[in-house]
Structure formats: C-alpha cells, structure tokens
Design a binder for this molecule. Structure first.
Ligand code: GDP
Length: 532
C-alpha cells in the first residue's frame, strides 16, 4: 500500500474509535459527579474524586489555569479523554454557573453527541433547555441520563412525558428502573430483559456492586417493585418507545437511561450506550457545502479561545477540534482566513490540568494551539488544498454593557481593541446613531465575558474601559421597517450588530417583550435562535 493510502486507512480507523461528546445540564444536576463516575468506570483515573477538584480533591477536568484558581471559577472548557474498551471518548466540558458564556454554546459545535443530564426530581431545567436548543439547531444526537435515582424524585413515565411534550424529543428508554426514585433497586435492560441489581458500596463513589438476577429471582427479591417495573416496561413496548437509530442520529428521538452518578449506578450502561450508539466523527460540511471526509488531509476548526490573563505571559491558546486527517506535532498548517502558515511546535493535548505535549491526534480529538495570536473562534486550519468551515453562529446575548474609554486620549487603542474582541467573538459589538461610535454596547451570553473584555482592554490594548450595565436581558432580531416603531416604545432599543449588520431589538425582560408582542403584533421580533 502506498504511504498516503496507509495514512488514510489509519485515520479512518482512528476516527472510528473516537466518540466526542459533551454533557448538557443545569447546575447541580450532577455533571461533575457524572464526569468523575465515567472516568472512574473506565479507570481513566485511579480514584473517584480526582476529577473535578472540589474541596481538597485534585482537579483534573477544569480549573487548570492559575487565573481560574485565583478566581475560584472555571472560565475555560477542557476536554477529558477516556479510554474505554478500545475506544477513545473525548468529553468536552460545558462551563456552567457564573461562567456560562458563548463558549458553553460553542463547545457544542465541536461534539458529535450530547448527554442530556437531568435531575430526577427536577426534570428539564432552564440551562438544559438553552443548551438543548443549540443541539436541536444542529440536529445533534442526544442521549438522556436521568440522574439521582437514589433520591426521591418524579415518576419515570412523567419524566419521559415532560421530555416529549416540552422539547418534542421522543424518549426511547434503554433501561428501566426497578424501585421508585429514592428506593433504587436496579435496572432492567430493555433490549435483553436482563435485570441488574445495584448495591451501594460503602464510602460512596466507588464502583457499585452489580449483580445480574434471573427474572424469577428478581421477582422474588424485589416483589411488588419488580411487578410494577415489568408492567411499565410492557407499556413502553405497547407504545413502541423502542430505540431507533435513524431518528436518534437525526436528533428526533433520544435513548434514555436511568441511574445515579454518585453511587455509580447505571454509569456503566451509559458508557456502553455512548460507545455503542453515539456516532464516530463523520465528514464535516465545508463553507462551499462539500463534505470533507475524515480521511482527507488535516483540517480542523477553532471553537474556543483562551486568553492568558497574566500580563507577563500574554499568549493566547486556541482550542481546535480536528475534523479530518492526522495531526503530527510540528506540522505547518495554513490559517484559512489569512492564508498564513501556522506552526504547531508547541501544540498540546488538553487533558484536564495536565496539559501534555501531543505528538499525534485524529478526527474527534481536541488540541490546544499556543501562541495563537492571530486566530479567532471559528477559524479553520488545514493542510494541503484549501478548505474552510462555515462560521460558528453567534448566540442570543442576555447581558449588555456600554463601553467607554476611560481616557479619551486612548480612543484609537479603544477602537482597535473593541474591533479585535469583536472579531475574536469574545463579545458582540452593537452600535446605534443615538449612542455613537464612542460608546458601543457590548453584548454577551454570560456576564463573565465583560471581565475578560475589561482585563484585555487594559492590559493588552492599553485602553482601560468603563463598562456600565444596561437594563436589558432579551435580544430579538428585527428589521428597518419595525425599528422606528420599536424606538418609540419604552423599554426597547434597537442597535446594529457590527459583525453582520443584523438589527437587534434589546428589551428589558421577557414580560415586557410579551406585552409588546401582544400590543404590536405587526412588529418583527424574531427569536435569535441559540443556533443562529
Ligand atoms: P454539577 O453542578 O452539575 O457539576 O453537579 P455536581 O456533580 O457538583 O453535583 C451536585 C450535587 O448533587 C452534589 O452534592 C453531588 O454530590 C450530588 N449528586 C450528584 N449526583 C448524584 C446522585 O446520583 N445521587 C445523589 N444522591 N446525589 C448526587
């Protein structure tokens, strides 16, 4: 075989082993606990509690830059690599809580599947819904994990109903719990009918003791709980709520698993579902609409930038998800937007706090490019003939500030900095004739972005700013025809987004928006889809 063919065969095989995914959830649903349990189950780390660095635990997934530790929050999203049964699972972190930002959404452009993690007592929560919207816009396959079944919660059928009714995703349970939430006995595997009894191990998050029981034995041990679960499973069969690969891959149905991450119940089943059902990386469509096969020469897209806040190390790191080809450290790639070469001598694998130098990587993997000064979110890097991927869409902002240069004499630097941050996708820049160019409005998904802007404006562009919050929380797309009428209303302002010229109406809050929509049905106030 010629060398090129050999490389292509290797790349195709390696890509086939990859599963790149993220967990979408609301804070406290158990994302860190689940990450830890997944890693533990595959033995990626030696002891549970080593992943998310809470308390005195050693941090592996996030909190890995000093600056983050200073602040006690994570503003970056790291990737965790889990080796499991010959597969490579890349779990990309979706930052939540106060650090929820555009990056949280953008991570979803770099994964092939999402795990929707629900708290059994709470069901669908606001942040889960926001993130799900992005998955839906991308028609991304979603696996649902109903967590905390060891605690009192809702009825399983009621949770399935909520998923179907509220987000139109057809749930197809892969397993079914025996014992109500709070009295978790075990799981019936729907495909095989096998019952696995779970026993909590002393000391919490170690691997749960799992014991497979024959149906007669299960009936004897679990009594009425078994009967009830069997009846529900029959009901599911009658409803035809069975796994269906085609609709799953199209983002229309979702395999559902029940479990509890903390005592490690049902985590093995989830891991097997990810390996067995989540898609491996496939051809990504380029800006011309052509699919780029995974075995094509190297290409990848930057989905997140990390600016080092330390003024003495002002480097910037770009996180790139590989779409095609084999990456070898030291390769000289081409930066599609500028056509300039980019050397990759210092490229790193991203693996929690351990940023190790990487030698080779394949489609589905994430690499961190250091010294990425000229690179912005959405940029493509490639080897060989030119390829460019479509831009990552901007997302509906919910926080707004007016920015002004503290020192009027630094206006030039101010303009340059704002333009750069706009180009990098750190914030969206909005302007209007009323406000003038001196006082642009900065818009972001999460308020933490403004800290990043203030810091970089001061230290990098030497133009410290004053940022005054605006009392808006909703942005809608509008047009010139509606703009005048909207301007005349209170609690609304129309501005132009600089990077694409789109007109956005900013509204105080969603109640005000509802009143306006009711009273002025003719005005254009289109939701800015999280995906576009
Ligand atoms: P995150 O904010 O989504 O990362 O949530 P964490 O993983 O930090 O979990 C939030 C809280 O829920 C913590 O106190 C966890 O110990 C707890 N928790 C997570 N999973 C489970 C579970 O399966 N059962 C129980 N009882 N508690 C859980």
């Amino acid at each position: 075989m010629a060398t090129a063919d050999k490389v292509m065969a290797e790349v195709a095989e390696e890509a086939g082993r990859r599963r790149t995914f993220a967990v979408i959830s609301h804070p406290d649903a158990g994302k860190s606990t689940l990450t830890e349990a997944l890693a533990l189950h595959s033995s990626a780390i030696s002891s549970a509690g080593a992943v998310h660095g809470k308390g005195d635990r050693r941090g592996v997934t996030s909190d890995w830059m000093e600056m983050e530790q200073d602040r006690g929050i994570s503003i970056t999203s790291a990737a965790l690599r889990i080796d499991y049964e010959g597969r490579v699972l890349n779990l990309l972190d979706t930052p939540g809580h106060a650090d929820f930002s555009e990056d949280t959404y953008r991570v979803l452009s770099a994964v092939d599947c999402a795990i929707m993690l629900l708290d059994s007592a709470k069901g669908l929560e606001p942040q889960t819904l926001k993130l799900f919207d992005v998955c839906r816009a991308r028609r991304m396959p979603v696996i649902t994990f109903v967590n905390k079944w060891d605690r009192p919660g809702r009825e399983p059928l009621e949770l399935l109903d909520e998923i179907e009714q509220r987000i139109g995703l057809r749930p197809t349970p892969l397993n079914w719990p025996v014992g109500i939430a709070g009295d978790f006995r075990g799981l019936i595997d729907r495909a095989t009918g096998r019952y696995t009894k779970m026993t909590r191990m002393p000391g919490g998050a170690t691997k749960a003791l799992e014991e497979v029981l024959a149906p007669e034995e299960a009936a004897r041990v679990e009594g009425t709980e078994w009967e009830r679960a069997r009846e529900e499973v029959e009901l599911l069969e009658a409803l035809g709520a069975d796994f269906d690969a085609e609709s799953f891959l199209a983002g229309e149905s979702s395999p559902v698993l029940f479990g509890a991450a903390l005592p490690n119940f049902g985590v093995g089943q989830l891991l097997r579902a990810i390996v067995g059902l989540a898609p491996a990386p496939t051809a990504k469509t380029d800006a011309k609409g052509e699919p780029r096969p995974v075995a094509a020469p190297f290409s990848g897209q930057v989905f997140k930038m990390q600016a080092n806040m330390d003024p003495s190390h002002r480097d910037r790191m770009a996180f790139l998800r590989i779409s095609s080809g084999r990456f070898d450290r030291g390769m000289v790639l081409t930066h599609a937007r500028t056509g300039r070469p980019f050397t990759t001598k210092y490229t790193q694998a991203v693996f929690g706090s351990e940023r190790s130098t990487i030698e080779t990587a394949f489609p589905g993997d994430v690499i961190a490019l250091v010294n990425a000064q000229s690179i912005a979110v959405g940029d493509t890097l490639y080897d060989g003939p030119k390829v460019e991927f479509p831009a990552i869409p901007s997302f509906a902002p919910e926080h707004f500030v007016v920015a002004r240069a503290k020192d009027a004499g630094k206006y030039k630097q101010f303009q340059k900095g704002i333009a750069q941050l706009d180009a990098e996708g750190v914030v969206q820049v909005l302007t209007s004739d009323v406000r003038g160019e001196q006082a642009p409005v900065l818009a972001a998904v999460g308020p933490l972005q403004f800290d990043v802007v203030e810091h970089r404006m001061e230290h990098e562009f030497r133009a410290p700013i004053e940022a005054s919050p605006l009392d808006y929380s909703v942005a809608r797309r509008t047009d010139a025809g509606s703009a005048d009428a909207l301007h005349a209303l209170s609690g609304v302002e129309v501005l132009k987004r600089r990077n694409d010229g789109e007109l956005l109406a900013l509204v105080h809050n969603k109640w005000r928006l509802r009143v306006i929509e009711r009273d002025h049905p003719g005005l254009l106030l289109e939701p800015l889809l999280a995906g576009g």
